[in-house]
Design a binder for this molecule. Structure first.
Ligand SMILES: CC[C@@H](C(=O)O)C(=O)SCCNC(=O)CCNC(=O)[C@H](O)C(C)(C)COP(=O)(O)OP(=O)(O)OC[C@H]1O[C@@H](n2cnc3c(N)ncnc32)[C@H](O)[C@@H]1OP(=O)(O)O
Length: 300
């Protein structure tokens, strides 16, 4: 009994490590020093990243550092990695809403930490750490939505692009302020922005550090919808309702949908087709498929 439990724990830990390796971009072969940057980030505490998993398979990931407009401290970066690891193994999960407390989304990196880490080694390690985490966040088999209230600036704007969709509240803004800081995005935000809005619009948004309001974001295809509520509770409720349109059904099927779309977006044609075949194999003849065959629904 104890041996079985131990074996299953080991297996879970092994699966977690393999999954993380597969989804991460950088390791020591790229000069990435994960333990070093983790120790460094620990030196800049404050705030938290909270995760609540609701019974309907929707996770709410909340940035909580209201004193600094939800800026990312070092420990918040570490906590984000932990929460993503937790979400990767959430079997019942279907969707994810990423939001901030106190009527704002996120004002980017904590500038106090950025200043203290302005040397090249720390900067590159932090960049690789955040790219690894945010790429894993983007690849979660969950349909994800960034609920943008107030401001999403710098790294906060980059975070919105890791989600499949963005919903904005009236008066909110997304702004890649990096140029004003003498920088370009480093958390993968430029690459993802090009995929979302195209090369020309991305170039304009980054080179002009343009403030994108909800109307502009809709026009560019950066946002799906402008919500009616601007308060925290009302907008979260609206975001839940919007997401529920796409998360109806069993988790295994919703996760399979996200996996085939991610493969289609990220992989060359033949590799994407092979992934689609594998994912298809995981749902074919599965419980949801067999139940549907018994029910024989009409799709009118
Ligand atoms: C690596 C770089 C890049 C990345 O990671 O990709 C970045 O993200 S760099 C950070 C980019 N963000 C910024 O530069 C934001 C700078 N802040 C502002 O522009 C303004 O504070 C605001 C966010 C527009 C809010 O303005 P306002 O409503 O007038 O409030 P305050 O300015 O009084 O802010 C309250 C409080 O919060 C502190 N704050 C805000 N953002 C940050 C931040 N990113 N890092 C650290 N602290 C931040 C601000 O300094 C105020 O604190 P006190 O001065 O102690 O009151």
């Amino acid at each position: 009994m104890a041996a079985d439990l131990w074996k299953s724990l080991l297996q879970t830990a092994k699966e977690k490590i393999i999954q993380q390796r597969r989804a991460s971009l950088y390791d020591c072969a790229h000069g990435y020093q994960e333990e070093l940057i983790k120790k460094k980030l620990q030196q800049f505490p404050g705030g938290s990243i909270n995760l609540s998993k609701e019974g309907n398979g929707i996770g709410i990931l909340t940035l909580n550092n209201p004193r600094l407009m939800n800026a990312f401290t070092g420990t918040m970066m570490l906590e984000l990695q932990e929460r993503v690891t937790e979400l990767e193994t959430w079997k019942e999960g279907k969707g994810l809403i990423v939001c901030g407390v106190g009527n704002t989304f996120c004002s980017g990196s904590d500038l106090n930490a950025v200043k203290a880490m302005s040397n090249s080694e720390d900067g590159m390690n932090m960049c690789m750490f955040m790219q690894n985490t945010l790429t894993r966040l983007m690849r979660l088999p969950l349909i994800s939505v960034a609920l943008v209230q107030g401001k999403a600036l710098g790294g906060g704007a980059e975070l919105t692009t890791t989600c499949d969709f963005r919903l904005m509240t009236p008066g909110s803004e997304i702004r890649f302020v990096h140029k004003q800081m003498g920088l370009v995005p480093g958390w993968g935000g430029a690459t993802r922005l090009v995929q979302i809005v195209g090369h020309g619009a991305a170039l304009q948004l980054l080179s002009g550090a343009v403030k994108v309001d909800p109307e502009g974001a809709l026009r560019l295809g950066l946002s799906e919808k402008t919500l009616v509520s601007s308060d925290e509770t009302g907008s979260l409720e609206e975001a839940r309702a919007w997401l529920s349109l796409y998360t109806e059904g069993p988790a295994s099927v919703i996760q399979a949908v996200k996996k085939v779309v991610t493969a289609g977006k990220e992989l060359p044609l033949e590799a994407a087709l092979r992934t689609e075949k594998d994912v298809f194999g995981s749902v074919w003849g599965g419980p949801a498929n067999l139940q549907a065959l018994v029910r024989r629904p009409k799709h009118k």
